[in-house]
Design a protein around this ligand. Structure first.
Ligand SMILES: *Cc1c(COP(=O)(O)O)cnc(C)c1O
Length: 505
């Protein structure tokens, strides 16, 4: 077929399709041969006798079994080839709901690699760290402005770490008052980290049922709220992509009984420049720099989940906090009520540099537009796909929309099959089977950084899959077929993991 005759989306689909040279990569242990090495070091100069004396006998080995023996070029090719199997926001559309996999502008990397930031040492004296401290202080001001809060700690390394920090601060305040409060109300749509953070602080997570609209039910809050409740932990917008429109009324009920309102602000990508959660009665909120503020996702650690609080809780923040005295910045460790240190030094500093760069390069208007576009994109997908997929809460959404596999189930096709088939179409699957309140959920978050063309390609793929589910479900259930690894037996992989590979040569 002539290129020009091909409909645009189909042509682009073909151009973007997975047609790569698939190299079968053996394990590193299966490559090389005995005695081959990837490096050369000078002759041994350490007196091994001394080492022997300082270590217990059972920790000393005569030899190491099963280390790979390969050359440098084999080593480099092995890892380089595997690095190319990776799929990330730099390779394609990544609609993982609740995770905000937006593109991370390379300008952020440029700023974070400036030697003044990258080579500064956390033990450098304050007089030589004024620029970095100013950045931390200004980032705090910007985040507080965006969320409508008073003070902030940049120490938490992830969203869950921010939640934990909040729980520890509330626990410290309660301990001071000798208060026996111990329950935390958590809506059934919450991210799993919420009850985990609560439990880690010795509090009891009390589930709160959502109403028919998919949001917090005021009457449930009224009936569960008592003098034992520490706080309510509400995600806004929630994980159904819906704005918690009762939040002000809920805050009132909670405050009247002496509780706190915690907002899980991981989904702030829908609200920047639109809503300040601090004005809705929220006392504490964490933000995810690695979601909303375009820093890389850190796989459970090297991200940043700053915690922002109202003034009344500021004395409990982890130390140090950055203060501005006249024109100088200082680290203040003198907070007698502080929960202490949450993380080494000042948090993941270079992640803060990236988020700061993002905020400055976008500007206030740019951030507002980002949120608007994220919401428009999600609603575009919602309205284009609702003919093909069941929409459990058929209302306009915020930054993400949640479908289910109800229509495809009639043909024996499940959310898992749909997600796997998307891989054949060249897309990372969306979040699946979450939130838990939705049976067979497919949670799609396109973010603002995708072009209309890429969103259209995704919509086309989803429509194709819906048609295939009707016409050829058996074939669909064998997906993915075009990827290097096809459908795996996930149960066996989980029950019988092969964690060690050893071949005797
Ligand atoms: C991502 C997320 C979290 C946890 O953040 P991490 O940085 O992964 O610890 C908490 N709540 C919601 C709603 C999230 O989307």
């Amino acid at each position: 077929m002539n290129c020009i005759d091909t409909p645009m989306t189909e042509k682009i689909m073909n151009d973007f399709g997975i047609k790569t040279l698939a190299i079968n990569e053996p394990l590193i242990f299966e490559q090389g041969s005995a005695g081959r090495t990837a490096f050369s070091l000078p002759e041994e100069t350490i007196d091994l006798g001394k080492i022997d004396g300082s270590l217990p006998d059972d920790l000393i080995r005569d030899s190491i079994d099963c280390l790979p023996e390969i050359s440098e070029v084999e080593l480099i090719r092995h890892f380089t080839r595997m690095s190319q199997w990776n799929y990330g926001v730099d390779t394609g559309f990544y609609p993982l709901g609740s995770c905000t996999m937006k593109y991370n502008p390379k300008l952020n990397e440029e700023a974070a690699s400036l030697p003044g930031f990258a080579r500064s040492h956390p033990y450098q004296p304050e007089s030589l760290s004024q620029g970095s401290m100013r950045l931390l202080w200004e980032l705090e001001q910007y985040l507080c402005e965006i969320a409508g809060m008073d003070r902030c700690t940049l120490q938490p390394a992830a969203g869950a770490h921010g939640e934990l920090c909040a729980m520890m601060m509330m626990r410290a305040k309660l301990a001071e008052k000798k208060s026996p409060r111990h329950k935390v109300l958590i809506p059934d749509t919450a991210h799993g980290t919420n009850p985990a953070s609560v439990a880690m602080c010795g509090f009891k997570a009390v589930p709160l049922k959502s109403n028919r609209e998919g949001i917090i039910d005021i009457d449930s809050v009224k009936s569960l709220m008592d003098e034992d409740v520490v706080a309510i932990m509400a995600t806004n917008p929630n994980t159904l992509g819906l704005f918690e429109k009762n939040i002000v009324a809920v805050s009132d009920i909670v405050h009247k009984k002496g509780g706190y309102v915690y907002c899980d602000g991981a989904n702030m990508n829908a609200l920047m420049g639109k809503v300040k959660v601090g004005e809705l009665g929220v006392d504490l909120v964490h933000l995810n720099l690695h979601k909303t503020f375009s820093t890389p996702h850190g796989g459970g650690g090297p991200g940043a989940g700053p915690l922002l609080v109202k003034q009344s809780l500021a004395p409990y923040l982890p130390v140090p906090v950055v203060e501005k005295n006249n024109e100088r910045f200082v680290f203040n460790y003198d907070l007698p009520q502080s929960i202490g240190k949450l993380k080494s030094f000042y948090g993941n500093f270079l992640i803060c540099v990236r988020a700061y760069t993002y905020i400055l390069s976008m500007g206030a208007e740019g951030l507002r537009k980002a949120s608007e576009t994220a919401v428009v994109n999600a609603n575009y997908i919602r309205s284009k796909l609702k003919k093909y997929y069941h929409l459990p809460y058929d209302d306009s959404c915020m930054h993400e929309c949640v479908f289910t596999d109800k229509k495809q189930k009639q043909h024996g096709v499940s959310t898992l099959d749909i997600a796997k088939r998307l891989i054949d179409h060249g897309f990372h699957p969306p979040t699946v089977y979450f939130p838990l309140v939705v049976d067979g959920a497919l949670m799609i978050e396109p973010t603002e950084t995708e072009s209309k063309e890429s969103i259209d390609r995704f919509i086309n793929a989803m429509i194709n899959i819906a048609k295939e589910a009707k016409e050829n479900p058996e074939e669909l259930k064998r997906s993915p077929q075009k990827s290097k690894i096809t459908r795996v037996d996930e149960v066996t992989a989980a029950r019988n993991p092969i964690l060690k590979w050893c071949t005797s040569k």
